[in-house]
Design a protein around this ligand. Structure first.
Ligand SMILES: NC(=O)c1ccc[n+]([C@@H]2O[C@H](COP(=O)([O-])OP(=O)(O)OC[C@H]3O[C@@H](n4cnc5c(N)ncnc54)[C@H](OP(=O)(O)O)[C@@H]3O)[C@@H](O)[C@H]2O)c1
Length: 252
């Protein structure tokens, strides 16, 4: 993925990783439009950072369609879509009552990116070179016990990224999967304070450095995620799962 000179839309960037990444990419010479539901935050972000903003609820197909129309009309040179919006909920699957949370999680974390790609793919195909950046997690590769549906949606995003990359090979659209480890954001209560969470600035700096130094990468893995990402390949998966669930209530 090329940063300098590109035009990037990040739905899910009113806070956390999305916002920090948007600001860092802008500093590297990209034009960045951020999206989210909190319109007050969008106004504040436009004023503070001079980023473009679009109100969008990625659980609502009509909102996605309207945002896609607005972003591509205002930025016909849009060539990067980052499917950042996500939620993370704890669930107890040992008794009933988790279906509502699970449904919300699938709708946001899996259907959201699917609908976003559907809304933007025809436009991205018109560009000489374009990127879809998906956002999975270290938890796509090792499960955090307390967040079953979250883990499952992120594993699905990993496989979706692998699959659509095959379909889009030979077009000008590349698929780049960002695989964050635990990062200090407001994704879950207490996550920002977790001693296991990577500081947000350090995470985003490493991501930008990796994107710049590996423009043809298919996955962005900071050092901290490799413990989770490669447990199965290394042969220490059981130990990784045990350590993750013993140590980190906010593994993300
Ligand atoms: N932090 C971690 O440890 C970690 C690790 C692995 C992966 N990730 C992934 O990174 C992404 C960003 O998370 P974060 O840690 O930065 O958390 P965050 O600060 O809570 O940010 C989540 C963002 O998603 C947006 N969002 C949520 N639901 C949305 C919806 N229905 N429509 C539009 N936007 C929506 C929020 O904006 P509004 O509330 O304004 O809509 C917010 O901007 C998520 O996909 C998460 O799964 C995070």
């Amino acid at each position: 993925m090329r940063i300098h000179g590109s035009t990037i839309f990040i739905p899910g960037a009113t806070s956390g990783i999305g916002l920090a990444l948007a600001v860092a990419l802008q500093q590297k010479g990209a034009t960045v439009v951020v999206g989210g539901r909190r319109t007050g935050r969008l106004e504040q972000i436009a004023a503070e950072h001079g980023l473009g903003t679009v109100a969008i609820d990625t659980t609502d197909p009509a909102s996605i369609a309207a945002a896609a129309e607005q972003v591509t009309a205002e930025h016909p040179d849009l060539d990067v879509l980052v499917t950042m919006a996500g939620i993370m909920r704890t669930e107890d699957w040992t008794t009933s009552g988790f279906a509502e949370s699970a449904t919300e999680t699938v709708t946001t974390n899996l259907l959201g990116p699917i609908r976003l790609v559907d809304a933007f793919i025809d436009h991205l195909r018109t560009r000489p070179h374009a990127t879809i950046m998906t956002v999975s997690s270290g938890l796509a590769f090792a499960p955090l016990k307390v967040t079953p549906t979250y883990n499952a949606t992120k594993a699905a995003i990993h496989m979706l990224s692998e699959s659509i990359r095959l379909q889009l090979s030979g077009t000008g659209v590349e698929v780049l999967e960002l695989e964050p480890p635990s990062v200090a954001t407001d994704l879950m209560p207490g996550q920002k304070e977790s001693p296991f969470a990577m500081p947000l600035d350090a995470f985003v700096s490493e991501v930008v450095e990796l994107v710049e130094s590996h423009p043809d990468a298919t996955e962005i893995q900071v050092e901290n995620v490799k413990f989770l990402r490669y447990g199965e390949a290394r042969g220490d998966y059981d130990q990784v799962v045990a350590t993750l669930n013993r140590l980190d209530p906010h593994g993300s």
